[in-house]
Design a protein around this ligand. Structure first.
Ligand code: GAL
Length: 370
């Protein structure tokens, strides 16, 4: 490289000796005259830097980050939700960020903070507590991150979207099935925890069917309790307590299969297993086996794949600044009408196991019958 120092007077060409200009200030003047090879090599360097920059920019920032806050993975179905959701988000070019709160609402809030600090674009939440999770929505909105409530509704806040099944209808399906077999009799109702709004919705569905029969004097609800957690021990405790003193039970409707399994344990102790109608939900493997064994009447199969895919699709669309497709309904969460997708669920009984869960690939035939 040629470097020529020129002063305002032209008296010196030394680079190091500052020269006085007309105003008396010291200044340098450089004249830059690169050779052709120099220009070529500079051009090559600049091109290389541009290419690296382009690569870094395109690889680091175009993939949408989708947060998925889950309650717990203790219950079988949630493992399927997780795997399917992650798979779909990846397939659509996003990056899933999953956190599991182990049934602790405070921990779930912390996990929300963590994901928001990691600059996620959209947050999908299975709320541990339907009321408390409103804080998560508020926090996400402070970061301009929209929230999709997954399976369970987040109540009383400006929730953006809701993807679930029609939980009232699930309750109706359960009660309808059992009352078709036993339109008269003593019914026991064991709901999930009140912190999960789905527990109320199911109960509402049960009562839609039972109330007219109660009014007629045909059905008697002898026990109606909400459990503290979605745990088998809870249903076992509730039903054992009842069966200690009383014997009258013709049908039991449970919030899910885990509660139904606790009910079966209590029935067993009173030599009543298989003699009482029993409805659960989730199509857990053990529940389907119980149906085959005659210890459970029905379970409800929710289309988990469709649910997880719908949420993943919606999240990616939203991250692209588009409106999610198929949000044709709205659900009132106490604060606003939330755009929603509500999928249909179906009954699984001893007659249709092959046509439902097996055909859908939800559970393998071998797993059930071996
Ligand atoms: C409910 C959900 C059920 C069941 C339960 C326990 O909200 O709708 O399918 O899994 O939680 O996790």
């Amino acid at each position: 490289m040629k470097r020529i120092a020129k002063t305002s007077t032209g008296a010196s060409n030394s680079l190091d000796a500052p020269q006085r200009n007309v105003n008396g200030a010291h200044r340098f003047f450089y004249v830059f005259a690169p050779s052709k090879p120099m220009l070529l090599s500079a051009f090559k360097h600049v091109s290389l830097v541009c290419l690296i920059l382009l690569f870094v920019l395109s690889s680091c920032n175009t993939k949408p980050k989708i947060g998925f806050l889950m309650d717990s993975l203790e219950i079988e179905r949630w493992n399927k939700d997780k795997a399917l959701f992650e798979q779909k988000v990846n397939e659509l070019g996003g990056i899933p960020y999953v956190e599991v709160a182990e049934s602790d609402p405070a921990k779930q809030l912390e996990q929300a903070k963590k994901l928001l600090d990691e600059d996620i674009d959209v947050l999908v939440v299975v709320p541990v507590d339907s009321e408390k999770a409103g804080e998560i929505v508020k926090l996400a909105h402070k970061h301009y991150v929209p929230v999709i409530s997954y399976d369970r509704l987040i109540k009383d806040c400006n929730l953006d979207y809701y993807v679930s099944t029609d939980n009232i209808h699930i309750g109706e399906l359960q009660a309808d099935y059992l009352t078709k077999i036993s339109p008269k009799g003593n019914y026991v109702l064991i709901s999930g925890p009140t912190s999960d709004y789905n527990a109320y919705l199911l109960h509402l569905g049960w009562m839609n069917v039972l109330q007219p029969l109660i009014d007629k004097g045909d059905v008697n609800v002898v026990l109606d309790e909400f459990s503290e957690f979605w745990l088998p021990d809870e249903a076992y405790r509730i039903l054992s307590q009842y069966l200690k003193d009383k014997n009258e039970v013709d049908a039991i409707i449970c919030g899910n299969d885990v509660l139904a399994s606790g009910a079966i344990a209590a029935l067993k102790e009173h030599q009543k297993e298989g003699t009482v109608l029993l409805a659960g939900q989730d199509a857990d493997l053990q529940a389907v086996r119980n149906i085959v064994a005659g210890n459970q009447t029905i379970t409800i199969y929710k289309p988990i794949e469709m649910l997880a895919y719908a949420a993943a699709n919606a999240a990616i669309k939203i991250s692209d600044g588009e409106a999610p497709s198929n949000m044709h309904l709205t659900v009132n969460n106490g604060k606003r009408l939330v755009p929603a997708i509500l999928l249909e669920a179906s009954v699984v009984n001893s007659q249709n196991i092959k046509m439902t869960v097996i055909q859908e690939g939800y559970i393998g035939e071998q797993e059930i019958f071996n």
